[in-house]
Design a protein around this ligand. Structure first.
Ligand SMILES: [Cu+2]
Length: 161
């Protein structure tokens, strides 16, 4: 466990040095949902803050963990939850956008390895202006819920625990 923490710290520190491209975008609480071995798809959640005076547009996401990553939005249609793929995610100027199990999330497809709780994985967010932001995600079995709890109905219908 200690080794994992040290590796994670080293990861985070080394990333800070190379992430000068987009200091106006901060990414926090990056979590990948742990899945049983053999599963090839999972979701990732995080909080993205755009502290600049300009809007930013997230256009793609990459990680060695996944063959491809899509931006998804969960929507309720006649009481049925479904997911829609988005071409991009707009981050208005001076805004904070939360990706959580009740709404926006990243869909990680064609996973290249099994997901072990406590593991760290690097992900890179790429923006329309050519800048990018690297972040370290931790794999967790229990994913934090949304901080704004006004969509409780979706929460119940998607619980798998
Ligand atoms: Cu999805």
């Amino acid at each position: 466990m200690l080794k994992r923490i040290l590796i994670g710290l080293f990861f985070a520190m080394s990333l800070q040095q190379v992430s000068a491209h987009s200091d106006t975008v901060q990414v926090r609480d990056v979590v990948i949902r742990a899945m049983p071995a053999g599963m090839t798809t999972t979701a990732a959640y995080m909080v993205i803050s755009n502290d600049s005076h300009d809007a930013k547009e997230l256009v793609s996401v990459e990680s060695p963990l996944a063959g491809n990553i899509e931006i998804h939005e969960s929507v309720m249609n006649d009481g049925v939850m479904s997911m829609q793929k988005m071409d991009s995610l707009l981050l208005p100027a001076e805004s904070k956008v939360e990706l959580n199990p009740e709404g926006l999330h990243l869909m990680m497809l064609n996973l290249t390895q099994d997901l072990e709780e406590g593991d760290f994985h690097e992900i890179t967010l790429m923006f329309a202006d050519g800048s990018e932001k690297k972040a370290v995600a931790t794999v967790q079995r229990v994913v934090p819920k949304a901080k704004h709890e006004h969509t409780g109905t979706i929460d119940k219908s998607t619980s798998t625990e």
